[in-house]
Design a protein around this ligand. Structure first.
Ligand SMILES: [Zn+2]
Length: 509
């Protein structure tokens, strides 16, 4: 009896939390007043409760296609785990002008509702508001409005099998990840933006200040500090694309900051800045030499509070990225060209710089902005740990079909040896090994260190060869170098053991 009572209370409180915002009216009124300039043009904006469902999504897209058949094409890139086809729309004006390719997506986490709604709002405005008509003259836009359909329909962060699709971008274990990555690689964009929302009432925020705090920023920009991403692309992301979006938000009096997120470090709360990890989109896209940003809008767990404001934030940033892209077509294309001039070294592992800093938050007791002294762990100031000579190519044994399939999904070009060939290589032996028995994202992660063995040997016809002389070479490093944090070995996609020889070889000369 007592147990079922507890379960009932638990169900009641969780379902209440799913609908009712933990945010007080006075915080909403003072810091996040609703935006009334946003028009009710999308399904969720036209109803009081709930978000866009699958049928409404398809009707919305089909209506746009029927009205603007020359500008918008609808296709499906694959199916969700529950068998729902994932729509992708392609928008451009047919013309002979040189165009820049931009990829946008929303709803990769299913409980970040304004990201999908913001994408639908963007589609509507690009096609139905003359003010934005010029954009499609020079931009070729591919857009996936609801990337994680099964999760979105349940207002759940995860895909149907429980995987986090923004931790799955190197191991590629969810069908949605494969469909999205393949579509991204085929489209081959110059600019990629992944729209999300973040949780402003985090559990650990309750420990900061006497009565807890909540996040202040309408938007946070998450971009990469990964040292394998060419410096000129990291630079242009920050100083051109993010900078223009910051100005656009300033003009609308919307607050913004570089992405930060709390983590526990020896019982203390630290703040992570920026992104470094290839398993997530911001860095993953950047490693394919795409100008990449993930946008976090303040919205998870607050229901439809300030919903139009959140759509406005998403929309303003999206329009800013499109305008920046079309005004800088030559700059972007030549930066990506320049990024293919490769360095002599690769960075296998790196560390965030740790320092003391200040952040601003809203104090829940006083309803005022306060400053906190915190420890920051900054990916945008990363330091290399393991550095190696950049190989000319990698070889992979012919029986490793799964690894090759994943490399191809990531857009990597793979060749095969056409005859038995003697090649001088560096073979990789596992010197130290640890397997984590607690699963992370359904995988048993492995930590290894290597012994490198120089040798000359005969590789059979059919051995896979992956040249590093290609646009997406930097993602190859992150998945094939065993110690890299999101590699096939680290994630347990390629299982190994102490003393084992890996089926991966480096060609140095
Ligand atoms: Zn997210």
């Amino acid at each position: 009896m007592k147990n079922s009572y507890t379960v009932l209370i638990f169900l009641l409180t969780t379902s209440l939390f799913a609908q009712i915002s933990p945010q007080s009216k006075k915080i909403t009124e003072k810091f996040f007043p609703e935006n009334e300039t946003i028009l009710n043009t999308t399904p969720a904006l036209q109803k009081k409760r709930g978000y866009t469902d699958y049928k409404e999504l398809l009707t919305f897209l089909n209506t746009l296609v029927a009205k603007h058949p020359e500008k918008i094409k609808l296709s499906f890139i694959g199916e969700s785990q529950k068998g729902r086809k994932i729509p992708l729309v392609r928008l451009t004006n047919p013309s002979n002008k040189e165009k820049i390719k931009v990829w946008m997506q929303g709803g990769l986490h299913g409980n970040e509702s304004a990201s999908t709604e913001g994408m639908l709002y963007l589609l509507d405005r690009l096609l139905n508001d003359d003010k934005y008509a010029a954009i499609l003259e020079e931009v070729d836009l591919a857009l996936v409005p609801m990337a994680n359909i099964d999760g979105y329909l349940k207002v759940d962060r995860y895909a149907a099998n429980g995987l986090d699709l923004n931790r799955d971008q190197t191991k590629l274990m969810a069908p949605e990840s494969i469909a999205l990555k393949r579509a991204f690689s085929n489209f081959n964009p110059e600019v990629g933006v992944d729209f999300h929302e973040y949780r402003p009432y985090r559990k650990d925020f309750a420990r900061l200040s006497d009565f807890g705090v909540t996040a202040l920023y309408d938007a946070m920009f998450l971009y990469t500090g990964n040292l394998n991403v060419p410096e000129n692309l990291r630079e242009i992301t920050d100083t051109l694309f993010v900078e223009n979006a910051r100005k656009a938000l300033d003009e609308n009096k919307l607050r913004h900051h570089t992405y930060m997120s709390t983590i526990k470090n020896k019982g203390e709360i630290h703040f992570n800045h920026g992104s470094i990890s290839a398993r997530s989109s911001a860095t993953n896209y950047a490693l394919t030499n795409t100008i990449s940003t993930l946008i976090e809008v303040r919205g998870v767990g607050i229901g439809k509070t300030s919903f139009k404001r959140r759509i406005q934030v998403t929309f303003s940033v999206a329009i800013s990225y499109l305008k920046t892209a079309l005004k800088n077509i030559k700059v972007v294309k030549s930066a990506i060209e320049k990024a293919s001039e490769q360095k002599n070294e690769i960075v296998v592992t790196s560390d965030r710089e740790v320092y003391k800093g200040k952040i601003e938050v809203i104090d829940l007791d006083s309803n005022e902005i306060i400053e906190l002294d915190v420890t920051l762990r900054d990916a945008l100031k990363a330091n290399p740990i393991i550095v190696r000579k950049r190989p000319k190519a990698y070889l992979i044994d012919s029986n490793q079909k799964e690894l090759i399939e994943k490399l191809k999904v990531l857009g990597v070009e793979v060749e095969e040896l056409s005859q038995d060939t003697e090649i001088t290589v560096e073979a990789l032996q596992i010197d130290a090994y640890d397997r984590n028995s607690v699963k992370y994202e359904k995988m048993n992660q492995q930590t290894v260190s290597l012994k490198l063995i120089g040798e000359k040997r005969i590789f059979k016809k059919g051995t896979f060869k992956i040249s590093m002389n290609q646009r997406r070479s930097n993602i190859i490093v992150e998945v094939l170098e065993p110690e890299a944090a999101s590699s096939f070995v680290s994630f347990g996609v390629l299982e190994t053991s102490k003393g084992a020889m890996l089926p991966i070889y480096r060609i140095l000369n």
